[in-house]
Design a binder for this molecule. Structure first.
Ligand SMILES: Cc1cc2nc3c(=O)[nH]c(=O)nc-3n(C[C@H](O)[C@H](O)[C@H](O)COP(=O)(O)OP(=O)(O)OC[C@H]3O[C@@H](n4cnc5c(N)ncnc54)[C@H](O)[C@@H]3O)c2cc1C
Length: 545
């Protein structure tokens, strides 16, 4: 069976007809990472997600696999070392999605760093993160910094430092984790919300009540251990478990703005100072440049965080003062996304001062909750949780196996194998007249699974003649048959990021893509209309202020 909602009825039947070792609630990077680790160790695993996989914070980050340079300032050396060394592991295990990117740190008059502290800071960062010699930081003088990024404001520039980060696609990394766990026997269901817990007479949690959000109705899943990996919603589950005592979450909101690259034509990703002593990223990617992030206390509706005018104005001011002649306005913003950091509350600390460390909380009923952390550290968080679950289960499951496990789509032994596979995919696309640029776009999205999309193109080409429609159809078919897509936004936002990274094209294609999705999912016309409405609702959120 494929990782597809075409098998939804069978998945539900399997979820209800057996007892699992582990039930993971929440299909963000944390939950999917836990499911993979547990499945690889031989546990019987189920995961439920109330919306789409990665629809929470895991599609709303800065999309960097990074060591968190700024945490050095807070003396969080262990955090920097853990996530720093982890970058190389995540890159090795998903080469198609985690790509080295040089980041420029401009040093400005009156900024938070001077040349000496930048040089030492970056060196410590490289050493803590175990960065290879050839990839260690390079300090630049003023002239070389301007050459690296001519849009920097020369008036207050003193120099710069170049260091290595890795860029990623957060929601694709999450989905590849889910697919990998599924391939190892874990069962997954999106649009399936935990509504309550099942308990033994002595009050121990032994499963959950789940609502099927597509067809309606509830069913039970029985499990020996239940993990709450609900990110910003972690405390809501703890409340359902009557265990919301002691440590609590403090949510903070971070927004990103997307501009057409022509409006903010950076040639180099940069991490720069803001007037209020924070630092933000500006990252060019294909035809856009995105900028972020903010960090403000958030006490409103968790389900739909939104970029507000104040958030946008803050970032616009920062960009306009760091880069000359761009003079960006609200009207230049192409789209936005807003995410919530599930951090642990600490009295008297501002949002930026709150630790990004992860925390595990175990309730009397046995509910295991995990919050905090970073995208980058998902594997280490998963290892801790699965070690703990193994202890509770009282069986020997062996050590964590994810360190050397190549994720779905990322099955390349090394960079040479990766480049060869990219070349092979390009050649495979030639007989079907698929342009090299399209194959590359797919390869950096689906890795080795690009082959399946090329096969779809070949099989659909007699029925669909217009190339763009043909390529879209091949991709939507793959998303339905192999990536559990149910709604058009699953495809446009979380499987491809098209809404953010290719808004002009994706906007035009909404009705046609909905029709394709409806056909592949065998939906009724009413459901198809509902899908367009849902898409437009979320689309409006992502594109208006
Ligand atoms: C603005 C911003 C920028 C960031 N940038 C970076 C970065 O560049 N690099 C980095 O390493 N980290 C970054 N982070 C941190 C990182 O994104 C998060 O730590 C991570 O995504 C959290 O993942 P999660 O799985 O714990 O939570 P989520 O992704 O939110 O997943 C929780 C899931 O639980 C589901 N859920 C909730 N309630 C229920 C229920 N009752 N039943 C079933 N499912 C439920 C939700 O729908 C959601 O999908 C950033 C965070 C923010 C906010």
């Amino acid at each position: 069976m494929n990782f597809s909602n075409l098998h939804r009825a069978s998945f539900i039947q399997q979820l209800t007809s057996q007892e699992f070792d582990l039930l993971v609630v929440g299909g963000g990077i944390t939950g999917c990472g836990i499911a993979l680790d547990a499945a690889l160790r031989g546990m019987k695993v189920a995961l439920v997600e109330k919306n789409d996989f990665a629809s929470g914070t895991s599609s709303r980050s800065t999309k960097l696999i990074h060591g968190g340079l700024r945490y050095l300032k807070q003396f969080e050396f262990k955090l920097v070392r853990d996530v720093g060394t982890e970058r190389a592991v995540v890159h090795r295990n998903a080469r198609h999605l985690v790509i080295p990117e040089k980041m420029l740190l401009p040093i400005i008059k009156g900024g938070s760093l001077n040349e000496f502290s930048t040089s030492i800071g970056l060196l410590v960062y490289d050493l803590l993160a175990g960065v290879k010699k050839g990839e260690r930081r390079i300090m630049l003088d003023r002239h070389a910094t301007l050459k690296a990024e001519p849009l920097l404001n020369a008036a207050n520039l003193l120099g710069g430092g170049l260091y290595f980060e890795y860029r990623t696609d957060d929601s694709r990394l999450t989905i590849e984790l889910a697919k990998s766990a599924f391939a190892n026997g874990a069962l997954f269901l999106n649009y399936a919300e935990l509504k309550g817990f099942l308990q033994t007479p002595s009050g121990k949690i032994c499963g959950a009540k789940i609502e099927d959000k597509t067809e309606g109705g509830e069913f039970d899943i029985r499990a020996k251990v239940v993990v709450n990996a609900c990110g910003p919603w972690v405390d809501l589950l703890r409340k359902k478990d009557n265990s919301l005592r002691g440590k609590r979450l403090q949510l903070t909101k971070g927004v990103h703005l997307v501009f057409p690259h022509s409006k903010l034509p950076l040639q180099q990703a940069a991490y720069f100072d803001t007037a209020d002593g924070r630092m933000i990223f500006a990252i060019p990617r294909n035809n856009i440049t995105y900028v972020g992030t903010t960090d403000t206390v958030y006490n409103q509706e968790i389900d739909a965080p939104k970029c507000m005018r104040d958030d946008a104005q803050y970032l616009l001011n920062a960009v306009n003062s760091a880069f000359v002649n761009v003079n960006l306005q609200v009207s230049d913003i192409e789209s936005t996304w807003a995410g919530l950091r599930p951090l642990i509350h600490e009295d008297g600390k501002s949002p930026s001062e709150l630790s990004r460390k992860d925390e595990i909380m175990i309730s009397e009923s046995g509910l295991v909750s995990i919050a905090g952390g970073k995208l980058t550290g998902y594997r280490l968080m998963a290892e801790k949780i699965v070690d703990l679950a193994a202890k509770t289960l009282g069986k020997h499951y062996g050590k964590c196996k994810t360190k050397n496990y190549l994720l779905c789509g990322g099955i390349f032994e090394d960079d040479i194998a990766f480049q060869k596979a990219l070349k092979d995919a390009t050649m495979l696309g030639e007989p079907a007249s698929i342009p090299e640029s399209k194959v590359h776009e797919w390869f950096f999205r689906y890795g080795s699974n690009t082959q399946k999309i090329i096969e779809n193109v070949a099989s659909l080409s007699s029925a669909i003649k217009e190339p763009e429609t043909l390529f879209n159809s091949a991709e939507v078919k793959y998303a339905v048959e192999h990536e559990m897509v149910m709604e058009l936004n699953d495809f446009l936002i979380r499987r491809t990021g098209k809404i953010f990274f290719d808004k002009p094209q994706s906007e035009k294609q909404i009705p046609l893509l909905a029709e394709m999705l409806g056909d592949y999912l065998k939906l009724t016309p009413e459901k198809q209309t509902a899908i367009v409405e849902n898409t437009l609702r979320e689309y409006v959120l992502a594109t208006t202020l």
